[in-house]
Design a protein around this ligand. Structure first.
Ligand code: BGC
Length: 271
């Protein structure tokens, strides 16, 4: 392991869905650096997942790549069985897998609507349900973690910011927000903490068009008071904190990691 970095997740096992690229890849690497063994779930990029597993193993960590379509119940059950077979337990779920299928509302097909809701929202439901079942079965192990288990739902600033042309995506993220809070309320007495992270504009493939050209980047930066685009590591550090005992009294909350995007910068000189 590099240096003497603190390892608050030593002895714990994490699963990151959509871990083969973007924010999920950054989160998987950071959880491993913090001491967790990591299941790197992917849907369609075995190469991406293998690269993340490689990176973790090169620095002395443990990881396994697991293929799943998170919107399919039987595949999600197999995913968690696969993780338990490899690492024997589960302490942390980062339900991160998500997609965009953008269209003007009047042109949006039912398929575009359903696919986004199925993967982004139903996928998180299916994964969180498996995680809760496992946490309940395992029970609390205070030597390992103060909580019985931790779930982190990857949301978006669009759980609160309406987004024209992306109604399916915004609806999925708004749904994640109240699923997260309702679930947190339901399982807190069993020692399970459930929180969300709402990233703003993070430089990944999903929003390449928004930062690829200088003109696009300039338009994007007008929405970010802090003056820079986010990086997967910005989100990853928040995930490590939410997964660790440092946040043990935190449940049912969304942590915005957005450089102030939700501060409505359009109002700085207006309104
Ligand atoms: C979306 C990105 C977008 C960002 C800020 C994210 O949830 O996936 O495409 O750049 O929100 O609008």
């Amino acid at each position: 392991m590099p240096g003497n970095a603190p390892r608050p997740l030593e002895g714990q096992v994490a699963l990151v869905t959509g871990g083969s690229s973007g924010i999920g890849a950054g989160v998987a690497v950071a959880l491993a650096a913090a001491g967790a063994a990591v299941g790197v779930n992917y849907a369609s990029s075995p190469e991406g997942a293998a690269a993340v597993v490689d990176e973790i193993e090169r620095t002395g960590g443990a990881a396994v790549a697991l293929q799943t379509d998170v919107s399919r119940e039987e595949q999600v059950e197999a995913l968690f069985r696969g993780l338990l077979n490899r690492f024997g337990r589960l302490d942390i779920l980062v339900a991160n897998a998500g997609i965009q299928k953008d269209a003007a509302f009047a042109d949006m097909t039912l398929d575009q609507w359903r696919t986004v809701l199925d993967i982004n929202l139903t996928g998180q439901f299916l994964c969180a349900r498996e995680a809760v079942r496992i946490f309940d079965r395992q029970g609390r192990d205070p030597g390992r973690s103060a909580a019985t288990g931790k779930i982190i739902c990857m949301s978006s600033v669009h759980e609160v910011i309406p987004w024209a042309g992306h109604v399916n995506y915004a609806a999925s993220k708004g749904g994640i927000m109240l699923m997260m809070k309702s679930l947190a309320q339901e399982v807190a007495s069993r020692g399970i903490r459930v929180n969300g992270i709402a990233p703003g504009a993070i430089q990944t493939d999903i929003n390449r068009a928004a930062w690829e050209t200088p003109e696009a980047l300039q338009r994007l930066l007008a929405l970010i008071p802090y003056g820079r685009i986010g990086l997967p590591e910005d989100v990853a550090r928040a995930a490590v904190w939410l997964a660790s005992d440092a946040s043990d009294y935190v449940t049912g909350t969304t942590l915005f990691v957005d450089g102030g995007m939700t501060l409505y910068p359009g109002f700085r000189e207006n309104g």
